[in-house]
Ligand binder design. Structure first.
Ligand SMILES: Cc1cc2nc3c(=O)[nH]c(=O)nc-3n(C[C@H](O)[C@H](O)[C@H](O)COP(=O)(O)OP(=O)(O)OC[C@H]3O[C@@H](n4cnc5c(N)ncnc54)[C@H](O)[C@@H]3O)c2cc1C
Length: 387
């Protein structure tokens, strides 16, 4: 039986406990998830999550606007990741893909798109990365040219999750109000915009819909701008400030599942006439895994709670949660593979799937190395400030 004691931690309240318990019950009867045709699977998962109301926390409700509840986002991702990476992915992208609209969108933009994405009737995506600028967002080169009555987009975005199946993209492009980070703006781009095409579909070790997008003179109405011209970098970082902690929560969910799989295995499997769990070196693995899971959970829910309590930015807390939870999940899953022996690397085994699914979380929404830079800067700034 999976450990649920963390739900009683003081970071969470009764509504969170209820949400996590009901979602876990829902996910338990989801049935087998096909990882071959990921376009069809993700469309189906978004529709099912939406039909049963699970996407509602992913974006602001325009009819009753309240701040996003980061703890609910994290519990949703943690719970779904324990079931399956694509279930987590389908939920996560509805939030990341509309984060700019939830946080900075006009009432019209919110009314047009958020009821659709919150109900699973439209799929969303977040288009920031370019072929020459992933970590280095400030050097994005794709342009949005002000043509009087329209914005005209030219350039490429790559590694765009849900690229190819999304109905709407939130996109960041250079509008030139200033150099580097000061010259970017955010836009809402419907997928059927003339001049937008899918240049390439990308395959990975744990596939989900991914594409490179090309823009050739794609014209957007002036109302497509999110926030003010030149605010794009700030908008992108504010979105990541919320959703980075949820990546950590997904890593935590994968790690919890790996620990559960390992516990089942080491108590059932016998060597030398006794269960593996009676070997001290196996117990050392179990202790390390349990410690890593709890320490990661503390950082995840500390960051989420801090944001929910009204902190304007939680870059340091979110970076610590993402760095630790995803790096440690990799170690927990590796130990689970080890404890499964040969079965650990057999295609179709749960721990083999987790081993592939965790890897990209240490790269996207800010690579682990970049999180270290953020933590170091915040720590040094605080030391300088405090004398
Ligand atoms: C599966 C997957 C899904 C993705 N989905 C999306 C999406 O939906 N939308 C989107 O916009 N992007 C998405 N991305 C892109 C992702 O955000 C970038 O891959 C990531 O930011 C890294 O950028 P890069 O690949 O250009 O690597 P680079 O920027 O070239 O970095 C390579 C490596 O260099 C090191 N490094 C880079 N900068 C620094 C630094 N400042 N300090 C220390 N070390 C550094 C790190 O080890 C880093 O991993 C996705 C990527 C993957 C793999």
């Amino acid at each position: 039986m999976a450990d649920r004691s963390y739900l009683d931690w003081p970071f969470l309240d009764e509504s969170h406990r209820d949400h996590a318990t009901r979602l876990a019950d829902w996910a338990a009867v989801l049935g087998p998830i096909d990882h071959h045709d990921t376009d069809a699977t993700c469309r189906d998962l978004v529709a099912r999550l939406g039909a049963d109301g699970w996407l509602e926390p992913s974006a602001v409700d325009p009819a009753n606007p309240k701040p996003l509840d980061v703890r609910t986002l994290c519990l949703s991702r943690e719970t779904l990741a324990q079931t399956d990476g694509l279930a987590d992915f389908a939920f996560a992208m509805q939030g990341l893909g509309t984060g700019a609209i939830s946080l900075f969108g006009s009432p019209e933009q919110q009314a047009e798109w958020l009821p659709l994405t919150r109900s699973g009737k439209a799929i969303s995506a977040f288009a920031l990365t370019e072929p020459q600028s992933g970590s280095d967002v400030a050097n994005s080169t794709m342009t949005a040219h002000d043509d009087g009555d329209a914005w005209v987009l030219d350039g490429e975005k790559t590694w765009i999750s849900n690229g190819g199946i999304a109905d709407v993209y939130t996109l960041f492009a250079r509008t030139g109000e200033g150099p580097g980070a000061k010259g970017l703006s955010a836009f809402v781009v419907p997928a059927d915009t003339p001049g937008l095409s899918i240049a390439e579909r990308l395959d990975t070790i744990a596939p989900h819909p991914l594409a490179t997008l090309r823009f050739d003179g794609a014209r957007l109405p002036r109302s497509a701008l999110v926030g003010q011209p030149g605010q794009g970098f700030k908008i992108a970082m504010s979105v990541l400030d919320v959703f980075r902690t949820t990546v950590a929560a997904a890593g935590l969910g994968f790690a919890r599942r790996a620990l559960d799989e390992a516990l089942t295995r080491v108590t059932a499997r016998e060597v030398q006439g006794k269960p593996l769990s009676e070997l001290q070196m196996v117990q050392a693995h179990v202790a390390d895994m349990a410690l890593r899971v709890d320490a990661a959970a503390l950082l995840v829910y500390r960051a989420a709670w801090t944001k929910d309590m009204g902190a304007p930015r939680v870059s340091r807390e979110a970076a610590m949660a993402k760095l630790f939870a995803t790096d440690e999940a990799q170690k927990v899953i590796d130990a689970a593979v080890q404890l499964h022996g040969g079965d650990g690397v057999k295609s179709g085994e749960t721990v083999e799937r987790l081993y592939r699914e965790i890897r990209a979380l240490r790269i996207y929404e800010g690579a682990s190395d970049v999180q270290k830079v953020i933590i170091a800067r915040a720590t040094l700034d605080a030391a300088t400030r405090d004398g």
